[in-house]
Design a binder for this molecule. Structure first.
Ligand code: BV8
Ligand code: ZN
Length: 247
């Protein structure tokens, strides 16, 4: 149930920042990390999304990423992603920050996306660091090699213990500090420094709204909780903004 305060804010909002997590892609059929059906639930994300695991067993990690790429390629954006494309068109100062690496915001048509944790469709070489276009490990487990130096390629995603792209994170933090309204969507808010963004927004006086099917680590801190699916709630919020523009 959207409060009258949020309704009024949506009708006049000029600066809006959004943080998305795996939950926004759940309705596209992309498994989340920590949900019951979670990605390879026998492993913890930290056991797979880290460099030591990759050095120890690059075949397994490449198999995990190619498994995820296959799922992502067989699906597409859902109404939640498309609603954020409308926000970008309707709100003057709109910033979309994502922890997701699934490329679905771009595929939905979002122009500017701050990808804090990289993108599963990009790779780079461990030796010469050159970017590599998308490669899939073939079934005979041959590991993808750099076409320049023969080095081993890795996915261009941020693993646990690795730094986030500084410039991108700084832009996200600036948007969190200046926005009037901050939406945290489909994230368990368990991974830092991304999960610090809604807290920064709160500290700077933004109205922070959590959109999630469950409670999270920051539910007790936000101004308002919209319980439910992002694909159902976000189009409702877009409608409120659209109606206010027609007046
Ligand atoms: C860093 C990319 C500085 C790869 C990911 C010890 C040593 C080193 C670091 C740490 C440490 N202890 C803590 C840390 C910091 C660590 C961290 O935060 N750990 C946590 C687990 C405590 N962070 C880091 O390491 C970061 N780097 O700190 O660098 C540094 C450097 C060197 C030394 C020290 C410090 C890097 C973090 C980035 C890790 N990479 N992914 C890949 O994707 O393969 S993290 C991974 O988790 C994804 O990016 C994901 O986005 C992110 C968060 O998960 P969520 O998106 O929230 O997904 P989740 O499944 O958890 O939740 C889904 C939510 O959706 C649920 O709430 C569910 O209810 C909801 N939902 C489901 N369906 C719907 C829905 N909501 C709405 N609608 C629906 N339909
Ligand atoms: Zn190379």
């Amino acid at each position: 149930m959207i409060s009258s305060a949020l309704r009024a804010l949506l009708q006049r909002v000029e600066s809006l920042c959004v943080l998305t997590g795996a939950g926004i892609s759940a309705e596209s059929g992309v498994p989340t990390f920590r949900g019951a059906e979670g990605l390879w639930s026998k492993f913890k994300p930290q056991e797979l999304a880290n460099f030591e695991a990759f050095k120890r067993n690059p075949e397994l990690i490449w198999e995990w990423y190619n498994y995820r790429k296959k799922i992502i390629r067989e699906t597409g954006p859902n109404p939640a992603h498309y609603a954020l494309v409308r926000f970008e068109e309707l709100v003057t100062d709109f910033t979309l920050v994502t922890q997701n690496v699934d490329n679905l915001h771009f595929r939905a048509g979002s122009k500017k996306v701050l990808e804090l944790h990289g993108n599963i469709e990009r790779n780079f070489c461990l030796d010469c660091r050159k970017d590599a276009d998308n490669v899939d490990v073939s079934v005979d487990k041959k590991l993808p090699q750099c076409s320049f130096c023969g080095g081993l390629l890795r996915p261009a995603v941020v693993w646990f213990g690795e730094m986030l792209p500084a410039e991108i994170f700084e832009q996200a933090a600036e948007a969190a500090r200046r926005c009037q309204l901050f939406l945290t969507i489909g994230t368990s808010a368990a991974v830092y420094p991304a999960a610090g963004l809604p807290l920064m927004a709160l500290q700077h006086g933004a109205y922070v709204v959590e959109i999630n099917t469950e409670k999270t680590d920051i539910s007790h801190l936000v101004n308002e909780i919209l319980s439910g699916k992002a694909g159902e709630i976000l189009p409702e919020l877009v409608k409120i903004i659209e109606e206010s523009k027609q007046k």
